[in-house]
Design a protein around this ligand. Structure first.
Ligand code: SAM
Ligand code: SF4
Length: 329
């Protein structure tokens, strides 16, 4: 699949549920209204949709949410999608998780062919962790990380940089993650969906974080890429990699190779735009995939050139109305 701007679309992110057992302050409001269960695609339908994308040339699938591991029977989907790794049609099957259920599932994930996972963890302080996630416990995540290590999964930690919350903890996060052999990626908050607080108060430009790190560490730019928007440095003192994802201060759209599917079968061609294609109707209209394939091709032909994220300081409204947990991070 090649979009109108000459970019090859080889990466599909799939949000398998909009629900979550945490309520991170930058992601959700405390009292979220979730989709009615009847609107969700079944696991069989998700398998069929993902498999259609694989047939169209997608080489990498990332399962996300909401929290993917809270969806009932989710290992069935991992097992089903794992077959594409066996045939060589797919290079990578992976997931992004808050790790709350990882202690239970790490072994099963590895058995399905998952090799690398992204775990979101913004702080090493249990009190701050509770404040950020509202409902989470840091100890659950730590047990999840131990289980991932034991299962042989490669781990990357994602941390959202939050002004006044974890901004002075980045050095500790670097030492902790690199000490365990993990990569660390820092992310700027993006204005997606209504939350209870004020987004302009949370936003911390990573340029500031990077400048502060220079007091402690030697940062060497490296060409390492994971197919995502992160730009990496190697930290001389730890030998580990640190990535920066800066959607607000740097436009990374020129190399975008991905599209995003929601748990209701809506395809978003860009995280930062409202335009979407409904794939559930063609999926359900027929048991053969002809109409679905046409709908996918038509959607890719509309992939926009880039996002227009901006936090409107006057109205404090998010640039994009839907939450990250709907589109999948
Ligand atoms: N629940 C899983 C997790 O937290 O890893 C997967 C879904 S979560 C929506 C995916 C990623 O999006 C997480 O790393 C989270 O920190 C990030 N995220 C959520 N809302 C965000 C926002 N407004 N700006 C930037 N990153 C955000
Ligand atoms: Fe849940 Fe992930 Fe959003 Fe936190 S960031 S509320 S863990 S979906």
């Amino acid at each position: 699949m090649v979009d109108p701007h000459g970019r090859h679309v080889t990466y599909l992110r799939v949000s398998v549920t909009d629900r979550c057992d945490f309520r991170c302050v930058y992601c959700m409001s405390e009292h979220m209204t979730f989709l009615p269960k009847k609107d969700l695609l079944s696991l069989e339908e998700l398998d069929r949709l993902c498999s259609a994308f694989v047939a169209r040339g997608v080489r990498k699938l990332r399962i996300t949410g909401g929290e993917p591991l809270v969806r009932k029977n989710i290992m069935w989907l991992f097992k089903a999608l794992g077959r594409h790794l066996g045939t060589g049609a797919l290079d990578e099957l992976t997931l992004t998780t808050n790790a709350s259920q990882l202690a239970r599932y790490a072994g099963d994930l590895a058995a399905c062919g998952v090799k690398r996972i992204n775990v979101s963890m913004d702080t090493l302080d249990p009190v701050k962790f509770k404040a950020i996630t509202r409902w989470g416990e840091l100890s659950q995540v730590m047990s999840g990380l131990d289980a991932a290590d034991k299962a042989g999964l490669e781990v990357k930690i994602n941390a959202v940089a939050l002004k006044g919350v974890n901004e002075h903890e980045v050095e500790d996060l670097v030492r902790f993650t690199h000490g365990r052999g993990y990569d660390l990626t820092l992310i700027e908050t993006m204005p997606l969906g209504d939350i209870d607080g004020d987004r302009t108060e949370q936003f911390l430009p990573l340029s500031i974080v990077r400048a502060r790190l220079l007091d402690k560490f030697t940062l060497v730019d490296i060409p390492y890429r994971t197919g995502g928007p992160a730009r990496y440095v190697e930290i001389k003192e730890t030998g580990g990699r640190l990535g920066f994802i800066t959607p607000m201060t740097h436009n990374f759209c020129e190399s975008c190779n991905r599209v995003r599917l929601t748990c209701t079968g809506t395809l978003y061609m860009c995280l930062g735009q409202e335009d979407a294609a409904d794939l559930r109707a063609p999926l359900r209209a027929s048991v053969d995939d002809a109409a679905l394939m046409t709908a996918i091709d038509e959607a890719i032909s509309r992939k926009p050139k880039g996002h227009d994220f901006i936090i409107d300081r006057r109205t404090k409204r998010p640039a994009v109305g839907r939450h990250m947990s709907v589109t999948g991070g």
